[in-house]
Each structure stands twice: as C-alpha cells, then as structure tokens.
Design a protein around this ligand. Sequence first.
Ligand code: FES
Length: 586
Amino acid sequence: MPVMVPGMPPVQKRIMKEQALRSRNWFGRKGKDGFIYRAWMKNQGIPQDMFEGKPVIGICNTWSELTPCNAHFRDLAEAVKKGVLEAGGFPVEFPVMSLGETLVKPTAMLYRNLVSMDVEESIRANPVDGVVLLCGCDKTTPSLVMGACSVDIPTLVISGGPMLKGHWQGKDIGTSDVWRFDVAHKLGQITQEEFVEAEACMARTQGHCAVMGTASTMAVMVEALGLSLPNNASIPAADSRRKVLSQLSGRRIVEMVNENLTLSKILTRQAFENAIMVNAAIGGSTNFVIHLLAIAGRIGVDLNLNDFDTHSQGIPLLANIQPSGENYMEDLYYSGGLPAVIKEMKSIIHNDVLTVNGKTMGDNCKQAEVYDRNIISTMEAPFKPESGIIVVKGNLAPDGAVIKPSAASTSLLKHSGKAVVFENIEDYHARIEDPALEIDANSIMVLKNVGPKGYPGMAEVGNMALPKKLLEQGVTDLVRISDGRMSGTGFGTVVLHVSPEAAVGGPLALVENGDIIHLDVSSRKLELAVSEEELAKRKANWQLKEKMETRGYVHLYQTHVEQAHLGADMDFLKGGSGSQVTRDSH
Ligand code: FES
C-alpha cells in the first residue's frame, strides 16, 4: 500500500507510490541495469513515461488456436489494455501454456500443475505489479489461479464466457448432448450425417461449453470466491458486455495495485466456503472439488474433502442449468446472473467477504433481481431439493470419493450390485461391447487405473458409456465407480475420485469381477463386501501393471502428484514463494 502522509506534496506522494511498485525494481533502476530493462521495452516503440512509475499490469493470456474455447482472448486482452491505460497503468500481455480440453492428450488435467508452474514463475520473474488472468476452457482457470496464488500480488480473473446455446433440428443443444448423441448414434437413431451436422450446430459461437460443465463451474467459482467483477460467470463470450467487463476489469486492476489488494486478502476461508455453497446451488461439476482443494493449498487455507459435503448440506439446486437441469449459461445471465443466485442465498453465505472490486459479496449482489423463476428458483421452492457434492467413504474408498446427486438417478443412489471390473481404460474399450460380457441392469461398473498417478493425470472417463446391449434394453444408467474424473457436462450415477487410487495399491485395485459393492449415498457409504482376510491376501499378490514414466514432466508428475482427496497438486508446489526476486542477472 502506498504510504500517504497528510500534507505531503503531490510529487513526493507520487514518488513514494512508485517506490512501492514492484516494477520499480526494474524500470526505476539507475546505471546499467535500468538501462537494459528500459531499453528493451523501448524497442517495442513504447515511450518511457508509459511504463516507468506506472502500475505495470500483466495480462496472462491463454489464447491458442489449439484451445478453441479461448480463441477470442486476443480481443478480450485488447479490452483489458484499454481499461488499464484509462486508469493510468501500463498493460503487458504474456502467454502461458494453454490447455484445450478437447484436443490435449492424454488429458488436459495432466498438465494443470505444469501450467500453474509456468504462470507462477512468469509472474514472479517479470516486472508486473498486478495481473489479469484470462481463463476459459476447464483447466485454464485453476492452473492460472493456482500459479497466481503462489505469488500473491493483486490479481483479477476474467473468464472467456460461455458459447451461445446451439440449435439443431428445432431443439436447443449444448455439450451435454454429446453424450446423448453418442448413444443415439450407437443405436442407429441418428445417422452419421446428422451426427456430423450437429457438431457445427452445437459449437456455433466463440466461448466455452454452454452448460454448467467444468469451464462454467470454474467461472462461477472465481466469481463466488470474489476474484472477478460481478457477472463474470455467465455473460456469453459473444455478448459485447463481455468486452465491457474486460475493460472495466482493466481499470480495476490498476486500482487494486494502488490499494495493494492481494489474492490472500480475498481468498479467506469464508470465501472458499462461499464457493462450495454456490457450487451446490448451481449444480457445478465434480471437478470443482479437485481444483478448489488445489487452490486452497496454494494460498494456505486449510480446506479438506469433508468441507465440500459439510458446506453443501441442505443447499438445494437453485439454477436450472444442464446437466442437472434443462437450460444454458446464457439463460442464467438473462435471468439475473450469478449475483441473483447468490442474493437468493443471502441468509447462508458469508456476505461480508471482500471481492476484487473492493466491495463485499453482499454489496455486489444486493441489487440483483431474478427475471425468470424457471431458471433461478428460490431456496424455499428450489428446482431440486438435493444438490452439491456428496463425499462417500468406506473400505473401497478410505480417503473418500465423490458423487453429484443432482446428475444421478435417484433410484441408484442406494444400490448394491455385482462388480464388472475393467483394469484400465484400454481394457474397458476392448471388452465393453463383447456379447459375452456379464453385465445387467443391476451391475456396478468399476474402472481402475485412471487416477492421478495411474493414468496419469486422472482422465475424464468415469462416466463410462453403457454397452449397446443394455442401451437396447432401455437401461440408461448404472452405478459406475472409478479413480478418475467425469466431464462437468456428463451425468449419471457416477462415483469418482476414489482415493487412494488403484495405482498406489488402494482397495480399488483389489476389486474382482462378481464382488458385491454397496453404495448408499445418503449414509455416505461405499463398501466392498469382501472380508478383510481376503483383501489382505489380494493385496499381498497385487502388483502395479501401469507404466511409470522415467523421464520428463510426466516422471516429475507421477513422482510428486498427490491423491485426489488432496487436490492432485504436486507435493512440492503447495503454498507459495511470494513475489520477491532477490537476484539480478546483469
Ligand atoms: Fe473447453 Fe468445454 S471444451 S469448456
């Protein structure tokens, strides 16, 4: 915070403010060092007074043509720059590795922690006083926020915004329909030509998935944490108001630098509790759990898996958005946006937490109005009574597993059945359509070795498609259990994030075909009906069959990644190293 002494002459005040700027350690230097730092800014045609003594704002851009959800970010960055300049700052845009959910193999989650390192070191190493994070496709939000938390300078998030909903054959469609189209295509209900035609009809505008998938969940998360301006979560990418929000964010980050409003002042324990409650009310993705835990670990807030269950308890589903409901993110915006949802929750959330605009969450939401009760319901008459993330535990998941009841079949939330086991995802693909596979409507599908270490990277394959022979019988859901994740756009009675995972010898590794499994969501139980003696015998014979990489980033990841119930960050990345750089190279 600049020191303001009453009566001090304005020039002196300005100098004291400049001294407080991090960037003064570069551009304010005398002698050779200052020469070098300034000269190589001037080669871009920038006059010295544009950057010297001004708050320098880094715009961390995940633009990439390989991340289609973020392909419009150059436009957003220009809007941010306008705002920064208007407020008297100096904007500098820099790239970091970008993770597009649809194209990156084997799974974008494998690289979330790598990107967080890129972001952390890029911010710390450079002369920036504040940073704007441009986040969109799923992993581009947690990775950037995690990295920024480990530096802890003033930071503001802008999300890319959802696509407009698609239209196909007279119906509104979005990413959750991909799963339905796949089933219809398998059953011959739609042709290959119709299948291909639907692609362009669904993804018809810029932006991330139009439903409450993981990207939208992450956008809601940052707004609920207080890290973005109000309405960041739901303004569509194609709506001109997304650019207005970006420009206003550019203005605001300059003020945040002057106020020294750092991330740790916003990301309090109460802010995390708010995010969990809001995630329940909007039917957010199960991926929220793993990313919020990782962010909390970076900023030093003590959050654990049980907190998600505890703070979700009794919170109904207020937002009628797919996959838990029927509508789309743009409908949420037109109906009042996230501030209207949070206002509905004003009796339970922490209203007095600080947000990036310097106001409290309660202040930000108090003027919000609901324009359509079919989209945003009241707490008293909710869209669905049950929501949130439920944590189940038992001898099959001693450290916990998660399920999203609002996206599950109510009839399967208490179910016992025989395990149909797949040793890994390749085994699943090889045998799922085998006519000899013993599986029926009561079976429980179990998938091993898709966890953090085992896959590696915890693939989004937990909602395994059912075999055609069951689909033809009209079976639409089975209990499915794995140590992997599920796309936020997916649905079904899917138990995910089983911890410890199979690849570290967790009980999941010991399940055999025909074992009886009991799932009782209301009692938070997940039990394998096999005696302790038998499990001990199986454990003694267990051997890891999955490959462990011996070089490169994947080796680093497999060596250090933590289990899902801890957020799957790498052990040496927990916490932060601050923003100080004490050595120069010149
Ligand atoms: Fe990028 Fe869904 S694929 S948000």
